[in-house]
Design a protein around this ligand. Sequence first.
Ligand code: ATR
Length: 277
Amino acid sequence: MKQVYGVIGDPISHSLSPVMQEAAFKYCHLDAAYHAFHVPKQYLEQAVQGMRGLGVKGLNVTLPHKVEIMNFLDEIDPLAEKIGAVNTIVQEDGKLVGYNTDGEGYMQSLQPISEKTIASSRVLIIGAGGAAKGIAITMASYGVKELVITNRTLSKAESLAKDCGKYTSSAAMPIGMAQAKLTEFDIIINTTSIGMTPDIDTMPLSLEMLGKNVIVSDLIYTPFQTRFLLEAEKKGAKILNGLDMFVNQGALSFKYWTGQEAPREIMKDVVMKELGG
Ligand code: ATR
């Protein structure tokens, strides 16, 4: 019987998960379908109960439901519990289990380009919202050497730095101060939407003080290379956009659902094609 999977969010029509996951199912000859469900906040609980009732095998969860959804699940994986957000649900024997593959997906995209170990890396995260939290807590749990969080609203950076402080050395900093201390970081990650289409001329902070042998990464992939990444590359940094993280988080969800390794190259190709090549 065909297994049903999907993604829930609001809005959801822009999601690239359906084309990516369906390509993976097809490539692996799995009899499965993946649908984008538009679920407004007030219907979240019913959507989860519907998942049980209809036997939907697995879901991805996107904005704005990643935190709220945790109230309706039977079990939460320890990393998702630490992050405080779920982006993947697996239904097994009527039990709903929540995972978070965002941070792990980011770590996997970093590995091929990073020369330093995570334990010797000093990391600056720009932003303190949901995306920042997944990455920050995962990196902290992996024992990154030092984590600094900077954000327009400093109190949110302070709160996230405090959470990360349970696992590693962590601090919050105003944007101006982080900008002036850029040489102190090995990896700089923009998790905000600054620079995303259509505001492609904006940057989350100035890269004037950028050091040598730095990785600069941006979770954005529309445009494919933000101004932030283009300027970093001009200054000799290795750059990483958000596409690999997106593919890797989806590949990890696929593995939780099917028990199989996901065909990452196939998934990446189809997403690239959707983005215009
Ligand atoms: P996500 O889940 O994608 O991270 P979010 O939780 O709404 O989304 O977080 C958005 C992040 O981008 C926040 O850190 C936000 O800063 P504030 O906490 O000050 O709101 C940051 N952000 C978004 N737009 C911004 C802008 N124009 N200037 C500065 N920071 C911005």
